[in-house]
Design a protein around this ligand. Sequence first.
Ligand code: G6P
Ligand code: MN
Length: 448
Amino acid sequence: MTLTILGGGGFRVPLVYGALLRDRREGRVTHVTLHDVDPARLAAVARVLAEQAADVPDAPEVRVTTDLDDALRGTDFVFSAIRVGGLEGRAADERVALAEGVLGQETVGAGGIAYGLRTLPVAVDIARRVARLAPDAWVINFTNPAGLVTEAMARHLGDRVIGICDSPVGLGRRLARVLGADPDRARVDYAGLNHLGWVRGLYVDGRDELPRLLADPKLLESFEEGRLFGADWLRSLGAVPNEYLHYYYFNREAVRAYQEAEQTRGAFLRDQQARFYAEMADPGAPALRTWDRTRAEREATYMAENRDVAGAGERAEDDLESGGYEQVALALMRAVARDERTTLILNVRNRTTLAGLDADAVVEVPCVVDANGARPLAAEPLPYHAAGLVTAVKAVEREVIAAAASGSRAAAVKAFALHPLVDSLAVARRLLDGYTAVHPGLAYLRER
Ligand code: G6P
Ligand code: MN
């Protein structure tokens, strides 16, 4: 079985390879192709993987290439984890938005729109090439903004592209643990869009345990999202929001915290990663150790600005359990390749799952996965407050997709202007001007 990783020089690739190394089961991945546009980054990551594989018998063979078609031809699985414009681009997304007093987060608000606008042309090109060179391949999309990118790719690949995120899985597991349940046995009722969803129930042996959590202030303050949002708000909602909803419910505070911070997240990671790749330019550097130290620093600061706003303090060690993005990817791949039926929260086309969204809208919901791919399970309708946000953000995503397909600036302005976190049409226009001035990847947006 062959796996192609696009963005193969990326920092998280060793996590994926580590998961593959631990997979000893029949039908596992035997060959990995890393593709990246930057050969130096590819070489650095390949060295980390070589050290990871050193003592592992039958470790998956790794090859690197900068030729996209060569990477894709005939492969079984594609992981797409690219970052168009790099972390410099992410930092610019944040900066331009903050100068207008709005949020420029990687996937949320104006930043997510800018990132989507420059990513879609590349992602759609990849989708077209996969359709031609590996028509039977499954594409697992990590590339952010993941919901939007998956939807655009699905126009070319249908249900063969599946979007993933670690945040809903991580949230479900944390909740199960707080409730004293086995995270592997709890069924999580989660629904929304990527980075815009809510846990509405958590079933253990058929019984919903969420009401017990919501009724217990001590339990509510004992995990990340409880501290971020506060017990009162979770009780008011009757649900537990994905941590990214902090950017909506505390938007003003999040913007202020970013403005006052020494560095935004993107700028911090840009500098941190630059140091990692620079250290790796020394052929004598211990690759795995250098990578691991960098990773630990990164995790310790994850979403720190939100915790500052909430006064939630540091993220507790035992709260760290993310779904593990590599675990989600591997679980998905295994279910498809080995026809091992399982349920995972994934980004797939809606069909008739969430009322109010059309069939092609990519949503993030629990899905049954087997050799036929991922099918969303039936879901209760969202309450109005959630349906309102989800519909508004989906409308924005559609404008981003339309702008990328047509090159229309009017559609791009409409995307910014319709976003619930952009509060003025004048700001939307200036955002587009600001972004096109700093991102060469937006030059395709013409006056139309
Ligand atoms: C989570 C999200 C990803 C996002 C990442 C950002 O894992 O699910 O979609 O890319 O956080 O983390 P970073 O360390 O890059 O800020
Ligand atoms: Mn995510």
